[in-house]
Design a protein. Structure first.
Length: 139
């Protein structure tokens, strides 16, 4: 079993995670120095970081990039956990971040991770179609 360190947005620093930047996750993974420990890059948690491109590159060079999660940050956000948007609905430049991930040689899945009370309350077949369309056109 491989373990992925997933830095969470600083808004979670008080009660969910003390690892809030990709730099912190990279430092930790390098210190652990195991083929079984890597990093999950989640655009929802990392889009704001001005060192994101260089830290994604560093993560890839160390072969620590284990997962890539996509969704979008709604503006305004009504709930910091369960108000994530479909790709293209918010302010995250998902295609740009995806290009940085792909430049590392990452060949894993682009995991759609949309926690959304709004979307969970809708017809799930229609919601899945919206996810597929957003993924194909905005990721």
């Amino acid at each position: 079993v491989k373990l992925s360190i997933e830095p969470l947005h600083p808004m979670y620093a008080g009660d969910r995670s003390a690892i809030n930047t990709l730099k912190q996750a990279n430092d930790m993974a390098e210190l652990i120095n195991s083929d079984w420990v890597g990093i999950a890059v989640d655009v929802y948690h990392l889009w704001w970081d001005d060192t994101l491109q260089s830290e994604i590159k560093r993560c890839g060079e160390n072969k620590h990039l284990f997962a890539f999660h996509v969704c979008d940050w709604n503006v305004p956000t009504t709930d910091f956990l369960n108000d994530r948007g479909l790709m293209g609905d918010g302010c995250i430049n998902v295609p740009e971040i995806r290009s940085w991930v792909e430049e590392t040689g990452f060949s894993g899945y682009n995991e759609v991770e949309i926690f959304s009370d709004k979307y969970w309350a809708t017809n799930q077949i229609e919601y899945l179609e919206k996810i597929k369309k957003a993924y194909l056109t905005k990721t």
